[in-house]
Design a protein around this ligand. Structure first.
Ligand code: FDA
Length: 310
């Protein structure tokens, strides 16, 4: 299996980038088991899924899937869709916030334009007493993202971002972002050895380091991982340091490790499920298969073996 893993990863990454497949997939329903990990193509289906998860004691964050945009028109459309999603969350009364990617909202067009779009989204969330999480993308966008966050934080307190443990700069960023609600992750992009740890052990060590640091500074911490060993360490650390369960939450992707999600809920922890939805489901789905080729068998069967489907 080890020998096959790398070519399979490359194969699914290749598929995820196929423009013609992406285009065709917009016309299809969710195929190949994608409905296990994507909550439908529109807001209505996503809200239904969130309601179901809320009933199980899980809270959520909705992510409207989209690809990089390079026109103002597309970025404004994506902004409007985020606002519509916040409206739908408020109208339905579900326990759910919003995650956004700023490259969808014009970050590659102009910082000022993207900031304006973000202001509208975060203001709408504020009006509804809700929260916006800015996903962290590749290293190229990291400083830009933090700069925009800093401006938004002068005006709003209902916005936070993500710090990636694989980046050398993560430790300093955590230092600078004391008091800000952060989601902490290992990091999902392929980054250069000039800026990021390449060894799994180094990433894991730094992940625990930044989690502990942010928790000890009293800041709200969202630990987003499917790694049961990390989760066990965090639980131990929180107990040993009298960190209340209200100061942190675990986050996992929709459809992944559902047994573990429900087990943690049973233990009194907050679990936020990251729920992607939208027409651009194909690229997201292929990237998940590339990340963990073991997921292929469940996708082909349309089932996650041994995992409850919520
Ligand atoms: P990792 O993949 O390192 O796995 C560690 C171990 O956990 C495995 O060896 C296995 O034992 C177990 N495991 C993992 N997945 C499993 C599964 N499906 N079933 C069974 N066992 C499993 N990245 C980013 O760069 N920017 C972002 O904004 C975000 N946002 C984000 C939100 C949420 C909610 C999550 C869960 C993740 C992200 N990420 C992200 C992705 C993140 O950076 C990272 O790439 C993935 O979560 C994979 O790393 P893990 O920590 O989950 O474990």
């Amino acid at each position: 299996m080890m020998g096959l893993e790398q070519p399979m990863k490359q194969f699914f990454m290749y598929l995820s980038k196929s423009k013609s497949m992406n285009k065709a997939a917009k016309r299809w329903g969710l195929k190949f088991g994608a409905s296990q990990v994507v909550a439908g193509k529109n807001i209505e289906s996503a809200i239904k899924v969130v309601k179901r998860l809320n009933e199980k004691g899980l809270v959520c964050t909705l992510d409207h899937l989209g690809e990089f945009v390079d026109s103002k028109e597309e970025a404004l459309e994506a902004t409007q869709y985020c606002i519509k999603t916040l409206d739908a969350i408020a109208e339905s009364g579900v326990k759910c916030n919003l995650s956004v990617k700023m490259t969808q909202l014009g970050l590659d067009i102009s910082d000022e334009f993207c900031l304006e779009n973000m202001r509208r989204i975060v203001q709408t969330a504020k009006d509804y007493d809700n929260f916006v999480r800015i996903d962290m993308e590749d290293f190229f966008h990291c400083q830009l993202t933090l700069d925009i966050l800093a401006i938004l934080r002068q005006e709003f307190d209902n916005v936070g971002t993500v710090i990636q443990a694989y980046l050398f700069r993560a430790d300093q960023d955590i230092e600078n972002l004391k008091g800000v609600s952060l989601r902490l992750v290992k990091g999902a992009y392929k980054e250069s050895p000039k800026v990021a740890f390449q060894e799994k052990q180094q990433v894991d060590d730094n992940y625990l380091n930044i989690i502990k640091k942010h928790l000890l500074s009293g800041s709200y911490t969202a630990i987003a991982t499917h790694d049961h060993e990390m989760i066990a360490e965090v639980k131990k650390f929180a107990e040993a340091n009298q960190i209340l369960k209200t100061q942190f939450e675990f986050q996992m992707l929709y459809g992944f490790r559902t047994n573990l999600q429900l087990e943690l809920v049973g233990g009194g922890y907050t679990i936020r499920v990251y729920v992607p939805f939208g027409q651009d489901w194909y690229g997201y789905f292929m990237r998940r298969l590339a990340e963990r080729p073991q997921n292929v068998s469940f996708a082909l069967r349309g089932l996650i073996s041994k995992e409850k489907s919520y």
